[in-house]
Write a protein that binds this ligand. Structure first.
Ligand code: ZN
Length: 242
């Protein structure tokens, strides 16, 4: 089975369409979305439509929940909060109901999806280093867990002795007895210094994981954010991927 796994589209339809095009030659059997379809960008309804159009299984991110009033924005920064309030006004009934239907965890065969960390999925912790990854490894029953949330693409690898290391070099081939926490990066608002949209291909038959990047019309996505009256900073950061 070849999985197309992506996260954090954040209402950036230009980036999401580029990723869907990027998957075109990859013979994907099944699409999985690791949350945060909405929040920050100018096209929330369109992004929900695209993900549904792929028949993707999606789980909930903190922005998805915040935009439908299921999570307080007390811990959101002012830019994120403003985007949540803007998005909540724009989302219409069917899209709200879709976001309401998203679960926090999805499990299938040898993989699990969670937006933040698997130990406390509703707390939306960031998995930023080996210690953060350990919280997920400690409760991970499957071989591989795909996460998002930090918008930084990379892979935590736990060997058979329990030692955890981190790599941003892909593709990797999964080793017997090892387990993996794969941050697939962000489609619509990368923060690892590469402004291009991030997406992942997992081939469960070949046991390989690759994280790829694809360029998109950043200038247009930024312009739409500014024209929508959203904070300019949310458009500007797309240019640098920070
Ligand atoms: Zn996010």
């Amino acid at each position: 089975m070849r999985y197309g796994i992506f996260s954090d589209a954040h209402s950036n339809i230009e980036a999401l369409d580029a990723v869907i095009n990027g998957y075109a030659g990859e013979s994907i059997d099944r699409y999985l979305c690791v949350g945060d379809l909405v929040g920050y960008g100018a096209n929330p309804n369109e992004c929900v439509d695209r993900v549904r159009g792929l028949s993707a299984v999606s789980i909930a991110g903190n922005h998805d929940w915040a935009c439908i009033g299921k999570l307080s924005t007390d811990y959101f920064n002012p830019y994120a909060r403003e985007a949540v309030e803007w998005t909540a006004k724009l989302l219409d009934g069917p899209h709200v109901r879709y976001l309401e239907s998203l679960q926090l965890i999805f499990q299938e065969d040898d993989l699990t999806l969670v937006h933040g960390t698997l130990d406390e999925p509703a707390a939306f912790h960031y998995c930023l280093d080996e210690d953060g990854a350990r919280d997920t490894f400690n409760v991970l029953a499957e071989r591989i867990c795909f996460v998002g949330h930090s918008h930084v693409a990379g892979i935590f690898i736990r060997d058979a002795k329990g030692k955890i290391r981190y790599t941003t070099q892909t593709p990797i081939v999964l080793q017997p007895g090892y387990s993996y926490v794969v941050n697939v990066g962000s489609v619509g608002q990368p923060r690892d210094g590469d402004h291009r949209a991030s997406f992942c291909v997992y081939d469960s038959s070949e046991s390989s994981v690759a994280i790829q990047r694809v360029g998109y019309d950043v200038a247009l996505a930024r312009k739409k954010i500014i024209h929508a009256g959203l904070p300019e900073m949310l458009g500007d950061r797309l240019l640098t991927g920070r």
